[in-house]
Design a protein around this ligand. Structure first.
Ligand code: NAD
Length: 478
C-alpha cells in the first residue's frame, strides 16, 4: 500500500520546485510536441499498463480516502480512464491528421488546412470526488495532443494523489508530466505561471479564481464546474425504472458527483408511487442500515458532513419533511440516504449544489412551471428527463439549457467518450472527452497554402478602375 508522502516542507520549497519543473517543461515542449502519433500512442500504452498494474493500490487508496467500495472504484475511476485510453489509442492518428478545409472561389489557386498543434505546457487542477478519473482522463487528452503537463490533484484525497504521483513518475520524466501535490497555496503559486492552457475541474467559485488568474497571462481555460442538476419525472415515465436509476445516480459516491441528480420534480399523480419506489431501491441497494453496507461510501470529511447536516436542519426549520434518512454518525462522516419533500426554495438545500446523499423531491402539475423554475436558476451541468412522451421531452429540451444530460437515465452520458462533456456558463466553459478533449489541448492552426498565382496578386496598389471593377465583381459574385 502506498503511504501518503510527506507534504512538501514549506511554500518557499514548493515555489522553487514548481518554477524548476515549469521551466524544464517550457524548454522541453517542442521536443514533446513534435512526437508522431505512434510515439504518443506508445506513451499512452505505457501509461495504460502502469495504471492497470496499480489497480489494487488505487482501490486501497480510495478506500482510505473515503471508504469508496472497490467495485465502485472500478466503475467510476478505473473504467472511465481505460475507456478514454482505448478511444485515444484508436483515434489518435485521425485526430492528429491535418484536416483539409474548403477554399472559397475568390482564393482560387490556394488550398487550406488545419494543423493540430499542442497548446504547450498545460496545468490540470483536479477535485477530490473522482480524483483518479478527473485527473487522468484530461491527462490522456493532453498527451494525445502532444502537451507537457503539470498536475495539481486535490489535497482532500491524499492517498489518491500519492498513487497518481507514483504512476506518473514511473511513466514520465518530470520534464514531460509532473504531479505537484498541495492545497490552495500551491494551486495559487501554479496559477501565477504563464501556462498555455489550464484545465480546471472543481466548484464554480474556485473556477472564477482560476479564470481571473488565467486572464493575467491570457491563458486559455477549460472549466469543468458543478451546480444543481435537475431531474424531471413526468406522468408517462416508467416510475420503477426512474426511481431505480435516480437512486443509483444519487447515492453512488455518496452523492458526491458533479452530475448527480440534485433534486427531482415528479408529476403530482406519481409522487407517492415514486417516493415508495425510491425507498424500496434504497433498501435493496444498501439494506436496512446503510452504515453497515460496504457499498455505501462516506462523506469526504467533517467539514462537508457538517455542511450537509446544516442543509437538512435549515430545510426542516423552513417546513421540509424528511421521508427517509436522518441517521448520521459524525465520527464516521456518515449520513444515511435522505429523501426530503417540501423544501422551501429559499433554503440552503435549494440554493447550493448538494453534493451529498440528500434528495429533495417536489411534485408538479404543469411542465411549464418546472421549466420556468429551472430557467430562473444557473445553467445546470446536467439535466435528466424520465418520460415516454416525445412531445414532453422535446418541450423540456427546447425550453431549457444545460451542459448535457440523459433521457431515461442519470449520469451515464459521462461514459460515452464520443459525447462532448462539460457545462455551460456557471457549470463550465469548454468540453472534454475523446476528440473534444484532444481539441481542448490543441491549437487549431489554420494554414492557407498558395499553389499558383491568384487574383489577389493583381490587386496591389496603385488601384485603378480596372482593379476596382475586379473588387466589385468579387464582392457581388464570389
Ligand atoms: P474545489 O473547487 O474546492 O477544488 C478543486 C481544486 O481546486 C482542488 O485541487 C483544490 O486544491 C483547488 N483549489 C481550491 N481552492 C482554491 C483556490 N482558492 N485557489 C486555487 N485553487 C484552489 O472543488 P472540490 O470540492 O474538490 O470538488 C467539488 C466541486 O467540483 C463541485 O462543485 C463539483 O460539482 C465540481 N466537479 C465538477 C466536475 C465536472 O466534470 N464538471 C467533476 C467533479 C467535480
Amino acid at each position: 500500500m502506498t503511504e501518503v508522502m510527506e507534504p512538501i516542507k514549506s511554500i518557499e520549497t514548493d515555489i522553487k520546485s514548481i518554477k524548476r519543473i515549469f521551466d524544464l517543461q517550457i524548454r522541453n515542449q517542442y521536443e514533446v510536441g513534435k512526437s508522431t502519433s505512434g510515439e504518443r500512442r506508445a506513451k499512452i500504452d505505457k501509461f495504460h499498463k502502469t495504471f492497470i498494474k496499480y489497480r489494487i493500490e488505487i482501490k486501497e487508496a480510495l478506500y482510505r480516502d473515503f471508504k469508496k467500495h472497490p467495485a465502485e472504484v472500478d466503475m467510476t475511476e478505473i473504467y472511465p480512464v481505460t475507456s478514454e485510453i482505448k478511444h485515444a489509442k484508436s483515434q489518435i492518428s485521425n485526430w492528429m491528421r491535418d484536416r483539409s478545409i474548403h477554399t472559397p472561389i475568390a482564393l482560387i489557386g490556394s488550398s487550406s488546412y488545419i494543423k493540430y498543434e499542442p497548446k504547450g505546457v498545460v496545468l490540470i487542477i483536479s477535485p477530490w470526488n473522482f480524483p483518479i478519473n478527473l485527473t487522468f482522463c484530461p491527462l490522456i487528452s493532453a498527451i494525445a495532443a502532444g502537451n507537457n503537463v503539470i498536475i495539481k490533484p486535490s489535497e482532500l484525497t491524499p492517498h489518491a494523489s500519492a498513487i497518481m504521483r507514483k504512476i506518473v513518475e514511473e511513466v514520465f520524466e518530470e520534464s514531460e508530466v509532473a504531479v505537484i501535490e498541495g492545497g490552495v497555496e500551491v494551486s495559487t503559486e501554479l496559477l501565477r505561471l504563464p501556462f498555455n492552457h489550464i484545465f480546471f475541474t472543481g466548484s464554480p467559485s474556485v473556477g472564477k479564481i482560476v479564470m481571473e488568474a488565467a486572464a493575467k497571462n491570457l491563458t486559455s481555460v477549460t472549466l469543468e464546474l458543478g451546480g444543481k442538476s435537475p431531474t424531471i419525472v413526468d406522468e408517462t415515465a416508467n416510475i420503477e425504472i426512474a426511481a431505480k436509476r435516480i437512486a443509483q445516480g444519487k447515492f453512488a459516491n455518496n452523492g458526491q458527483i458533479c452530475i448527480a441528480p440534485d433534486y427531482v420534480y415528479v408529476h403530482e399523480s406519481k409522487k407517492e408511487l415514486f417516493l415508495s419506489a425510491l425507498n424500496t431501491f434504497i433498501g435493496q441497494f444498501y439494506g436496512d442500515d446503510p452504515s453497515k453496507e460496504s457499498s455505501y461510501n462516506r462523506i469526504v470529511n467533517k467539514r462537508h458532513l457538517l455542511r450537509l447536516q446544516g442543509y437538512i436542519s435549515d430545510a426542516v426549520s423552513k417546513g421540509a419533511k424528511i421521508i427517509t434518512g436522518v441517521k448520521a454518525d459524525k465520527e464516521e462522516n456518515y449520513i444515511a440516504p435522505t429523501i426530503i419533500t417540501g423544501a422551501d426554495k429559499s433554503s440552503d438545500l435549494m440554493n447550493n449544489e448538494i453534493f451529498g446523499p440528500i434528495l429533495p423531491v417536489f411534485a408538479y402539475n404543469q411542465l411549464d412551471e418546472v421549466v420556468n423554475e429551472i430557467r430562473s436558476g444557473e445553467k445546470p451541468l446536467a439535466m435528466y428527463i424520465f418520460s415516454s412522451n416525445s412531445k414532453n421531452i422535446d418541450y423540456i429540451l427546447n425550453n431549457t439549457r444545460a451542459g448535457g444530460g440523459c433521457i431515461n437515465h442519470c449520469a451515464v452520458h459521462y461514459y460515452n467518450t464520443n459525447l462532448p462533456f462539460g457545462g455551460s456558463n456557471n457549470s463550465g466553459i469548454g468540453k472534454s472527452h475523446g476528440i473534444e478533449g484532444f481539441k481542448t489541448f490543441s491549437n487549431e492552426r489554420g494554414i492557407l497554402k498558395q499553389n499558383i498565382p491568384n487574383a489577389l496578386d493583381l490587386l496591389v496598389p496603385p488601384f485603378n478602375n480596372f482593379k476596382q471593377r475586379l473588387i466589385d465583381f468579387t464582392i457581388k459574385y464570389l
